[in-house]
Design a protein around this ligand. Structure first.
Ligand code: ATP
Ligand code: MG
Length: 539
């Protein structure tokens, strides 16, 4: 059974992303779009951005960076990150950002893997960038300091503003226009997946993929043509697909003011919502947990908020309803992955809370069981997606690409879902994380949801542990402060007996931990859990 998006197809022009965002026949806005949340006097309008983009593009031309070369950004968010992104992508180079918390060896890995020929590095990361460049054999001359203000040279490393062209020279710059198949095949970004299951993989996304996901998302979220009268906080990291789609692309296309945060501090975030009368947010589940649980939330007036989109990790219906009612906002959930540019399934109606919603336009989906047979309604199966936002593949990894994308364009996602007759999806689990107990499948997400219902449990994660050649569910549980040292494993085991079937019991044991290892997006770091389980199995 192939499931089609319930929405009519949208037009996805085969052009380059810059031409799409700045069409020749549309005036470029002078109103600020990227505003420094900590210092709102600092801002950029689309017109200013476009000039900076051209200056950077011309600067890269003169530096000898060729079309198709990869340029790396290694910086936290600031209002110039969209300039770097669009300057690199818009001039037919590929943009690849390193996570600012990466260590030297992690940056070296990404630098070597991508073969990036130039790095824009925040002053606080210049040292690491230089070490990584040395290890990767990249000349120091190709590293530039990158910040929202000019920086004095450091160890001979210049400021990026010294490399770019002057405004006068850049004004008439013509970027390389892509048409037809060129737009479909040219790599725009190489983002790295979160690495929650293994080593992060470089995902090649084309200009056409970007334009597709911008248009598909606008069509399902804003049927009137785009967000109007909205104000956002730009706190999602701009090295990741989620932040990029909204702050770099949709904000540019629709002139949505974004108050950019350099780093996420919860109190500042609340203050910005109050001060700038923020109307809408793109978030991940941990933000909703903070809104629900942190006492300081009550000190701020958040009444300007109207809506939120929550994606990146599982969100329970209870939390969704709770935050939605308390703040009188509509919270819609979405599902996506780096391999679909950003998102493929989005919730439209508040009455569908608890689901991730429906397929975005231009999207086909099928759910397959373990034997590769298509399943029908209300039966779990692995999600396969065929759509114009499905990436080109993994960077320099043909084997992984072949495994993930079939010759006829189906992306194997690794996520397991159920769809009902109305076309609404529930994410049930991730396939490679399922625990096999005597050939029966146990979903860690289910065990985690049950454990979280226990009054003394603050957080929990389940994983398979191999004991005597057999796999069993094991849980790592963080107790609430008041329960630490008091509640025992036996008590929780006893409680679980009444909650889940025999094969789902935590035969592999429960280990109490201070904290469940999670990324800021709310994703459980399964590879850490698996290492714990391996260690515990030996003991
Ligand atoms: P890696 O593939 O490197 O292990 P990752 O899959 O965590 O990392 P991302 O591309 O950032 O990297 O995340 C995509 C994944 O996030 C999806 O495959 C899915 O498992 C999860 N996800 C996203 N949105 C949701 C959601 N609404 N509910 C449940 N899971 C979600
Ligand atoms: Mg993944």
């Amino acid at each position: 059974m192939i499931i089609r998006s319930p929405l009519p197809d949208v037009d996805i022009p085969k052009v380059d992303i810059l031409t799409h965002l700045f069409p020749d026949d549309k005036p470029v806005s002078d109103t600020p779009v990227w505003i420094d949340a900590a210092d709102p006097q600092k801002h950029l309008s689309p017109r200013q951005l476009l000039l900076w983009v051209k200056r950077l593009a011309l600067g890269l031309d003169r530096l000898g960076v060729k079309h198709g070369d990869i340029v790396m950004l290694y910086s936290p968010n600031n209002i110039f990150v969209p300039v770097a992104y669009l300057g690199i992508v818009g001039s037919s180079r590929a943009f690849s950002a390193a996570n600012p918390i990466y260590t030297v060896s992690e940056v070296t890995h990404q630098l070597k893997n991508t073969g990036a020929v130039c790095i824009l590095a925040h002053p606080s990361m210049v040292k690491s960038a230089a070490e990584a460049a040395k290890a990767a054999g990249l000349s120091k001359e190709r590293i530039f300091q990158f910040d929202d203000k000019p920086c004095p040279p450091m160890d001979g490393i210049r400021d990026w503003r010294e490399m770019i062209a002057s405004p006068e020279e850049a004004e008439s710059y013509q970027w390389k226009r892509l048409r037809g198949e060129e737009a479909v095949k040219t790599v725009a970004t190489i983002n790295y997946s979160s690495g929650t299951t293994g080593l992060p993989k470089g995902v090649c996304v084309s200009h056409h993929n970007l334009i597709a996901n911008v248009e598909q998302t606008i069509a399902i979220r804003w049927p009137d043509g785009g967000p109007s009268n909205e104000r956002w906080v730009g706190f999602l990291p701009l090295y990741h697909a989620y932040g990029q789609l909204y702050v770099n692309l949709i904000a540019t296309k629709c002139n949505v003011p974004c108050y950019v945060m350099k780093q996420f501090v919860y109190g500042d975030f609340l203050q910005h919502i109050q001060d700038f009368k923020i109307t809408n947010l793109q978030v991940a589940p941990p933000i909703l947990v903070m809104l629900a649980k942190r006492p300081e939330t009550a000190n701020y007036d958040l009444s300007s908020l109207k809506g939120m989109l929550c994606g990146a990790a599982p969100l329970s219906k209870e939390l969704q309803n709770l935050v939605s009612q308390r703040f009188n906002v509509e919270i819609k959930q979405g599902w996506g992955m780096t391999e679909v540019t950003c998102g493929s399934i989005l919730q439209r109606a508040a009455s569908d809370n608890g689901t991730v919603g429906e397929l975005i336009p231009n999207t086909d989906c099928k759910l397959l069981d373990d034997d590769g047979n298509e399943v029908g309604y209300d039966t779990p199966g692995e999600i396969f997606i065929r759509a114009p936002n499905v990436c080109l593949g993994y960077f320099k990894n043909e084997a992984a690409t072949k495994e993930a994308i079939s010759p006829d364009g189906w992306l194997k996602t690794g996520d397991v879902a159920i769809v009902n007759k109305e076309g609404l999806f529930w994410i049930v689990d991730r396939k490679k994380e399922l625990i096999k107990v005597n050939a029966l499948q146990v979903a860690p997400a289910e065990l985690e949801a049950v454990l979280l219902q226990h009054d003394d449990v603050a957080d929990a994660a389940a994983v398979g542990i191999t004991l005597n050649d057999e796999e069993w569910p094991r849980a790592y549980v963080a107790l609430k402060d008041h329960a630490r040292g008091k509640v025992t494993e036996q008590q929780i085991q006893q409680w679980m007996k009444g909650k889940v079937a025999k094969h789902k019991q935590l035969v592999g044991g429960i280990q109490f931990v201070d904290e469940v290892p999670k990324l800021a997006s709310g994703k459980i770091q399964r590879k850490v859990m698996r290492e714990w389980a391996k260690r515990d199995a030996v003991i």
